[in-house]
Design a protein. Structure first.
Lengths: 203, 97
């Protein structure tokens, strides 16, 4: 065997290790769209609150309920878009959408996310909502860092940014809304664009 | 010439190399997943896993999931060490001027 064959062996080993342990068909475009949904949701919520009679948000008001609804809608649309575009990308690459690697990715992503989601719901029920934005950013960041081990490693950096924004929001709760908009809106668009050009466009 | 001796004959085939690579990064993998990942036939996977089992590089567990028989594979300590040595030998060969 010549060294060219050995080189092929090494790349085959790497390829197999990656393919069998990481789900890499995540679509960058879905990140961009998720960011746009978040920005739109944020804009509607901002408009609702600032044009309301009080001009600020209280926990048992009608506007608060609408804001929660917007939040769920943004999350729902983002997940739906993510699933559709990722399925399309996986199909194009001849990869299965629901195999061991994607199951592992979803499972590990959901552990911090669901823990955080329940925590936020519980403290909302108890009437504490000052830190909601910060907590969402921190738990989402942790979920991304955890998931990065089972997908494209670059997701980790978005996770670090979200955690940092969350901690800043903890120090300055008054800016929670704006940091949320940066974290879920702007950062998704920037990150999605970066991923789109780094991975999707090349193939 | 000692480098050459580290090249392991047991891994000197694309399918066996693939099987070991997959098992190195997974706790265990079942027959169908190996087949899917490597794009090989049933008989191909069966004969190569048997060869690796024979030299004690992988462990085979047969079990039932519901009523379906399921065979899953994992590496042995011996297999992991042998594979690491094999990769090191490959790298040395490539880096050799």
């Amino acid at each position: 065997m010549e060294s060219k064959d050995y080189l092929k062996d090494i790349s085959e080993i790497k390829n197999m290790m990656n393919k069998s342990s990481r789900f890499i068909s995540l679509s960058g475009l879905s990140g961009i769209l998720a960011g746009i949904y978040a920005l739109m949701g944020g804009a509607i919520a901002y408009w609702l609150v600032t044009t309301s009679v009080r001009g600020y948000l209280i926990l048992d008001g009608k506007i608060f309920k609408i804001c929660l609804l917007i939040l769920f809608l943004v999350a729902f649309l983002s997940i739906l878009t993510g699933i559709i575009l990722t399925t399309k990308k996986a199909k194009k690459h001849g990869e299965k959408i629901w195999d061991i690697t994607s199951r592992r990715l979803v499972f590990n992503f959901l552990i911090p996310l669901i823990s955080g989601g329940l925590y936020i719901l519980i403290i909302l029920i108890k009437g504490k909502y000052g830190q909601t934005g910060a907590l969402m950013l921190i738990f989402y960041g942790l979920a991304l860092v955890n998931a990065s081990k089972y997908s494209i490693g670059d997701i980790r950096y978005l996770g670090f940014v979200e955690i940092t924004l969350g901690l800043i929001a903890t120090i300055f709760p008054g800016y929670g809304f704006w940091l949320w908009v940066i974290g879920f809106g702007l950062m998704h668009i920037i990150y999605g664009t970066w991923m789109h050009f780094k991975y999707d466009r090349k193939q | 010439m000692s480098i050459i001796t580290n090249i392991n004959k047991a891994f000197d085939h694309r399918i066996r190399l693939g099987i070991m690579s997959v098992l190195m990064v997974n706790e265990y993998v079942d027959f169908n997943m190996l087949k899917e990942l490597l794009g090989a036939t049933d008989g191909n996977i069966a004969s190569h896993t048997k060869a690796l089992e024979k030299v004690d590089y992988i462990k085979v567990e047969k079990q039932f999931i519901g009523r379906k028989p399921n065979t899953r594979y994992s590496t042995t300590t011996l297999g992991r060490e042998a594979f690491k040595k094999h990769i090191e030998a490959l790298e040395k060969l490539i880096n050799k001027p």
